[in-house]
Design a protein around this ligand. Structure first.
Ligand code: SF4
Ligand code: SF4
Length: 89
């Protein structure tokens, strides 16, 4: 059975300062620094293919307000259709 993500994270590349704290802190190693540069000449963090648990550790360790947003998925109800998850803040 495939593992379902319990969270989703978005990163504002222009707010990110490329410090790498979120990358180092993510337990399942969902984050990495992108090879591309943002408008400030910084390698911003981005998500990779690993499964996000929605733990929020990256959000709490990021020094830049607004750079990271974490969404936690509601548990699927027994009657939900395949792939139906409702993100919550
Ligand atoms: S919410 Fe947790 S699992 Fe998801 S990217 Fe952030 S630290 Fe990693
Ligand atoms: S902790 Fe924040 S500022 Fe640092 S790399 Fe991650 S998103 Fe960017």
């Amino acid at each position: 059975m495939a593992v379902q993500p319990r969270g989703k994270v978005t990163i504002d590349a222009e707010e990110c300062k490329g410090c790498g704290l979120c990358v180092a802190s993510c337990p399942p190693q969902c984050l990495e620094l992108a090879p591309e540069l943002n408008a400030n000449g910084i390698h911003p963090a981005r998500c990779n293919a690993h499964i996000c648990t929605g733990c929020g550790i990256c959000f709490y360790c990021c020094p830049e307000p607004g750079a990271i947003t974490v969404y936690r998925m509601k548990a699927k109800s027994p009657t939900a259709k395949e792939g139906e998850h409702a993100p919550t803040l």
